[in-house]
Design a protein around this ligand. Structure first.
Ligand code: 5GP
Length: 371
């Protein structure tokens, strides 16, 4: 485990409200309990329960969302989540979250994302890079490159690249989905790099989100889709035909889905613990990681909801090592390959006056420097 923690890692499938520390959730619940707004002991039980079906996971999210409704809390959890990933040597994370409206708190989708950005600014344990092409970068003492040569160098201070994906919840209407895409476009200069489709897979229809997803693509946003979390053959075909930049999970795929996926080379975000805990896959031995890995299909190991499923990126690598016997070299390769699938844009960023790199190359360079 120690080695898995020390290796640099890339996290591409992490839901903000699913990645909150239990201690923070309990503290927030206690606060609302003390005010008589919730029954603390009931919520405590729900938070600390270990095994949950996928349906129960979505009930838990309803509870979590009651605890995280104001701007200050959204800022706090964002800061903590990024610090937690950085502390286990994640060098690049794409954090996804569903922009929320809450009139009673004066919250709009826009102000929700502002609160998330505030959380990124509040991180103190590590440098956070989340503005892809800001003039501010010129003035930062960028640890990526030395001033004397263009080789990747060891940092004195840790850094984490953060990009945001805005999630469309499957309960939303076409208009609401479109609003999220517009917001993502508006916030592009703050590191919003793409759109995710998530939420309870038993709810909603593909055609509802399609116009917004098409528009996102036309405007140059990358798209990732939760795909095949439940048996729904038609929807899986429709999603693969859309050719998203990535998909998540792919649990309930049938032969013709696998064929289509493999020929399309769409990278798959795999969340082993999440799939086992929710019984989407019967056992780790039966997990499709093995088949995709052996077929050299692009995959990336992710947590999904590190808080809800009590896992970490390091733990996902440890599982791959203990269950499938991957060696250190293979694990490093698996992790490094993920740089190819990141949504950070290819806009050139300035690292010192003399050097220019794309965000992707900067991430790669930094990853290598941390190996
Ligand atoms: P948030 O978007 O509020 O930051 O993170 C929690 C939300 O992410 C949940 O309400 C749900 O919409 C989505 N989510 C988290 N985990 C999963 C998952 O395993 N599958 C799906 N489909 N959605 C998820």
């Amino acid at each position: 485990m120690e080695w898995c923690v020390s290796m640099p890692k890339i996290e591409l499938h992490a839901h903000l409200n699913g990645s909150i520390r239990d201690s923070t959730l309990l503290e927030l619940a206690k606060g609302l309990g003390d005010k008589g707004l919730i029954d603390f002991s009931q919520v405590e039980h729900v938070i600390l329960k270990n095994d949950r079906s996928l349906a129960e996971v979505f009930k838990l999210f309803d509870v979590i969302h009651i605890l995280t409704t104001d701007h200050a809390t959204v800022t706090r959890i964002t800061k903590e989540v990024v610090e937690d990933f950085a502390s286990e040597n994640v060098v690049y994370v794409e954090l996804r979250t569903t922009p929320k409206k809450n009139e009673s708190k004066g919250m709009s989708k826009h102000s929700y994302i502002e609160a998330v950005l505030e959380g990124l600014r509040a991180v103190s344990s590590v440098d956070v890079d989340f503005i892809p092409h800001s003039e501010e970068l010129k003035n930062l003492s960028n640890p990526l490159l030395s001033t004397t040569n263009d080789k990747c160098n060891e940092n004195t201070r840790k850094k984490i690249f953060v990009r945001l994906l805005l999630s469309i919840d499957r309960r939303e209407t076409t208009e609401a989905a479109m609003e999220t895409v517009m917001l993502a476009l508006e916030m592009g200069h703050f590191g919003v790099a793409g759109i995710d489709l998530s939420g309870n897979p038993a709810v909603g229809e593909w055609v509802t989100y399609l116009p917004a997803l098409k528009f996102a693509r036309e405007q140059g946003l990358c798209v990732t889709l939760h795909c095949g979390e439940v048996p729904n053959s038609r929807e899986i075909h429709d999603m693969l035909d859309f050719l998203p930049e990535r998909i998540g999970h792919a649990c309930f795929f049938e032969e013709d889905h696998w064929r289509k996926l493999k020929s399309s080379k769409i990278p798959v975000e795999l969340c082993l613990t999440s799939n086992i805990r929710t019984l989407s896959v019967p056992s780790i031995d039966a997990h499709h990681f093995v088949d995709l890995y052996n077929a050299k299909h692009p995959v990336v190991l992710c947590t999904d909801d590190s808080g809800v499923f009590s896992t970490s990126v390091s733990n996902e690598y440890k599982i791959v090592r203990s269950s499938f016997g991957l060696g250190r070299k293979e694990m490093l390769e698996l992790s490094k390959n993920a740089v190819e699938y990141i949504f950070a844009d290819n806009t050139v960023i300035r690292c010192y006056d003399a050097y220019e790199l794309t965000a992707r190359d900067a991430t790669y360079c930094y990853y290598v420097s941390r190996q």
